[in-house]
Write a protein that binds this ligand. Sequence first.
Ligand code: DAH
Length: 368
Amino acid sequence: MAEGQSQEDPKLQVEAAGKAFEQEFERFVRFTGDAVAETSLSLREGESEQRALAEVRTRHFGKKSALAACKKAIGRVSPDERAAFGQLVQQIESNLSQKIEQAEQTLNRLVESARTQRESIDVTIPGRHPRRGHLHPITLVRERIEDIFVTLGYAIEDGREIETDFYNFDALNIPQSHPARAPQDTFYTTDGFALRSQTSTVQIHAMQRRGAPVRMIAPGRVFRRDTPDPTHNPMFFQVEGLCVDRGISMAHLKGTVAEFLRRMFGPNTVTRFRPSYFPFTEPSAEFDFSCFKCGGSGCRICKNSGWIELGGSGMVHPNVLLAAGVDPNEFSGFAFGFGIDRMCGLMYSLDDIRLLFENDLRFLEQFE
Ligand code: DAH
């Protein structure tokens, strides 16, 4: 012990150590004596009080504490005062350690029960319902289309989204010089491959795989180099239809499309065909149907024309049948194609088709 300190009254020193402890211990008094019954703590509070109390213990009972210094000083006190001083030190030490032990025990108990409470499971609390998903509006429309064609005896084909030049163009009688083959219009991947720009490609796969006769529809994604705007998106959905058999004529095409549209939009729906041109059909026609909203009198949806333009169609070109290994002398067929998203946009009065692809839940949840 340093010179100066040894000259101080050791009795005063031990009393000072006791006082210093009492002062720091004040905030833990609530964990001793009668106050304990009303004390409750959160797990976090409890654990932080435990840490603080452990620090108090080290400071006041540790090797470098004032109390430890006093104990060492016992031997240096004059023999006649030694016994009394030793007793004083012991008394103060046992008094303090009793308090701190009590507080520690209480805290341990409180922390333990807070932990148990946190970990306990109340099996009687009602469960949280997981949110149920629902179908995307495009899926809803696609499934309606599929249901109608399945009842008309059509199979559903699943095509591929990356195609070779053969399926994309050559087999569909699209000449080398056709603008659709230009890279400004089509997304080419590696040489000779492109993202299909129409579902007509599936006609070829279906005939190659199934031969003739064949009746199928092929819904799916198609890709075009279009700048997105309210009526365009570089990825959109189409459905293709193909019917090949002996003696198939334009009358079958008109009857089938008209029946489909009546089932889709109501029994009074009228269909009309306009001459058109597509490389893979001859003759070709575009088809419209009477507006499902106004019935033909003119409204915002049909832009006051009374008609809604839907898609393209025609009698399958003999070159297409040949490319797919079907004999055009024995078989003939019709084909058609239209946009699912466009139909979806009309049915739900969407003023921007891009809403269908943004996956904004505020939009999608309206179709629950
Ligand atoms: N593939 C055409 C398009 O994307 C639509 C189409 C027209 C499909 C005539 C056909 C068809 O099957 O015969 O615009």
